[in-house]
Design a protein around this ligand. Structure first.
Ligand code: ATP
Ligand code: MG
Length: 650
């Protein structure tokens, strides 16, 4: 319970006693069976990472594993490597050549399967297309596409010729695309005529036309024909993908890239404010995503792996494209929405392709909870053997639901904490050995040093504070594109230049488990206690009628702040005064009177980023009657308007 209040430390309110051990049948076959891996990595961190780097193909081996001049790191210094070579060429030299690399399903039920050989051919040809358009090593390329196989093909082709890609999520507006293209000074835009979403059409090329009116750096636009959607072609600038591919030569020599050459830039989700253009480089990044995919997802030759993230986000970069393909895995890719044509679409896909590993976000899990289990029951999910989650803290009840209904109590759940900036998973269970606690991302990955610190930078051994990463890791960001000062200021200045500030709160328990508590910007201060949003939200979601909630602190004369909770209830429950009182009592019972919400606002939806994360800062603006902050990354602006009305009415 709440005891101390040292600056920077967070109150610990929620107690979670449930434990889940890996099923014997799982651990016996797991890629990691032995706890010693943590000790080994600790004793020789560089050697640990070098071992994974050695499983990749290098044109020239590195001279030094790490050069650390805080806050600037170089990994595998002097090494020469090509990411596309590792994701395709390596596999066509073995039996993996004929294995499905990508099993793709369109929203309308159409299907395409590309073997590794197919992928090799397409990547090579498209790399030649890029060259024919004058693309050279170091050029930046913007990509604005739906979830179709041409998206990873385009990324891998960029990597092959040494061009730096910037994928802009297909759901972003013309303005967002324009700003990102201008920031990157991209030379070529690769887009599609459109994509399908919830039965409707997203007119990507049409939107792109608006964007490129104001992007002087763009010389060429390549358009994939996804749906014969109407569009205008500007002769000389716009080219059809399929026409260029017809003429392209079948082989393109992969560019030997320096380990520290840029692979891509990507913007953060923009949950807290203006998105940052994060830089990732080549050798360390690939090593990091390769190692984590192998160990965290326990990937085997015969797995059918499905990460539901859009490739427009970092999760899609690292765990749809680069990690799994570097391992020669079979990856499922789905174009559309989880509730189209019905709310069982995901489960239908799991059954159809026999998905064994399923990785999704808490926001999706909470939507499934809201919709009810009847949708799951329509399908045979017995192929699943491992589940994962990423993107937000997962409330223990959502974890339990996921484990019970999707995982049928036999699949370990890996709650993976990481960021666009970290490039790879940093805090996670290893599914064959880590006992799981619902709501905890458990422990730092071997070779990763994480700590919970207070304001002064002192380690909080047991309790809450700021999550910090205290040594460099291979896939770490190398900067913010075009803003080297902000890189230092934002991430490496809170304590000293060797300690990475994650901007997330966390607590550590007696067994050294990490529990993510949400963003430090969202932390509330009630009667002198610093309370995380996560714990109050989890107490609310613990009530059987609640599917999702977001809490914020608003100023109060006496208490400093009081808690306002926005709550989405499950489909078979109804809102009202009775429910409101019940929920307040439930929070008190669960974590104490200090956390009792002052107000509860029922809402069918919460404002979220386009990647599905709750934007508490906008809820705070609503609750304080302020002008709304940056809303460009908001998925549905209608929701905030409705909430605003509702808030002032009540
Ligand atoms: P911005 O930095 O622009 O505000 P963002 O932080 O949402 O956007 P991402 O890099 O996509 O952009 O998200 C990383 C953040 O997501 C983490 O810092 C953390 O807050 C949250 N997160 C991701 N995975 C987890 C997890 N397993 N548990 C708790 N929180 C998580
Ligand atoms: Mg962030």
């Amino acid at each position: 319970m709440v005891e101390k209040n040292i600056e920077g430390e967070l109150a610990v309110l929620l107690e979670e006693g449930r434990r889940f051990f890996p099923p014997k049948s799982f651990s016996e076959k797991a890629n990691i069976k032995d706890e010693n891996i943590y000790e080994e990595a600790k004793n020789d961190r560089e050697g640990f990472w070098a071992k994974f780097a050695n499983e990749l193909h290098w044109f020239k081996k590195w001279d030094r594993v790490l050069e650390w001049d805080p806050p600037h790191a170089k990994w595998f210094v002097g090494g020469k490597i090509n990411v596309s070579y590792n994701c395709v060429d390596r596999h066509i030299q073995t039996g993996v050549r004929n294995k499905a690399a990508i099993i793709w399903e369109g929203e309308q039920g159409d299907q395409r399967t590309l073997t590794y050989w197919d992928l090799y051919r397409e990547v090579n040809k498209f790399a030649n297309v890029l060259k024919s358009l004058g693309v050279e090593k170091g050029d930046r390329i913007a990509i604005y596409m739906p979830m179709i196989p041409e998206l990873p093909i385009a990324m891998l082709a960029c990597a092959r010729v040494g061009a730096v890609h910037t994928v802009v999520f297909g759901g972003f507006s013309a303005e967002s695309l324009r700003d990102r293209i201008n920031d990157a000074q991209a030379k070529v835009l690769i887009a599609a005529d459109g994509g399908y979403r919830r039965g409707g059409i997203i007119p990507l090329k049409h939107d792109a036309d608006y964007a490129i009116k104001e992007t002087p750096s763009i010389k060429h636009v390549v358009i994939v024909e996804r749906g014969r959607f109407p569009l205008r072609i500007k002769e000389g600038r716009d080219h059809w993908w399929h026409r260029l591919m017809q003429e392209a030569k079948p082989y393109c020599e992969p560019e030997p890239m320096d380990a520290e050459d840029m692979l891509y830039t990507l913007y953060t989700s923009g949950t807290t404010g203006k998105p940052k253009g994060i830089i990732h480089t080549t050798g360390g990044y690939l090593t990091g995503v390769y190692a984590t995919t192998k160990l965290v997802f326990d990937l085997k030759d015969d797995d059918v792996y499905w990460c539901t993230a859009d490739i427009g986000w970092v999760t899609g970069h690292s765990y749809v494209v680069y990690g799994p393909l570097a391992l020669g895995a079979t990856v499922v890719m789905y174009e559309g929405a989880p509730d189209w044509p019905d709310r069982d679409r995901f489960w239908q896909i799991v059954e159809k392709y026999g998905v064994t590993i399923f990785y999704t976000a808490p926001t999706a899990i909470r939507a499934f909870m809201k919709w009810g289990i009847e949708w799951l029951k329509k399908h045979n999910l017995s192929s699943l053997r491992l589940l994962g989650t990423v993107g937000e803290p997962i409330n223990p009840e959502a974890w339990m639901w996921y484990h019970k209904y999707v995982g049928q109590e036999k699949c370990p759940v890996v709650d993976t904490w990481w960021q666009t900036e970290t490039g790879m998973i940093l805090i996670t269970p290893l599914p064959g050995i880590t006992p799981l606690k619902p709501g905890s991302a458990t422990k730092p990955f071997p070779g990763v040093d994480a700590d919970v610190l207070n304001e002064k930078g002192e380690s909080v051994k047991i309790g809450g504070g700021y999550l910090a990463i205290t040594s460099p890791w291979p896939a770490m960001l190398r900067g913010i594109y075009g803003d080297p000062e902000r890189y230092i200021e934002q991430y490496w200045s809170k304590w000293n230049k060797g300690i990475y500030f994650t901007a997330d709160g966390a607590k550590r328990d007696e067994e050294g488990y990490f529990w993510l508590l949400g963003r430090v910007d969202d932390v509330m201060s009630v009667a002198g206690h610093r309370i995380s949003t996560m714990e109050v939200e989890s107490a609310l979601v613990d009530h059987p009628g609640v599917a999702e909630s977001a809490v914020v602190g608003i100023p109060h004369e006496i208490k400093g702040q009081v808690i306002v909770a926005f709550v989405t209830i499950k489909d078979n429950h109804s809102p009202g005064k009775e429910m409101e009182d019940e929920l307040k009592e439930h929070v008190v019972k669960k974590i104490g009177s200090i956390a009792r919400p002052e107000r509860i606002i029922f809402s069918a939806d919460l404002p979220k980023t386009r990647s599905g994360k709750i934007m508490r800062r906008l809820l705070r603006d609503i609750a304080e009657g302020k002008v709304l902050g940056d809303t460009t990354t908001l998925a549905d602006p209608g929701i905030v308007e409705k909430l605003k009305e509702k808030y002032t009415e009540e």
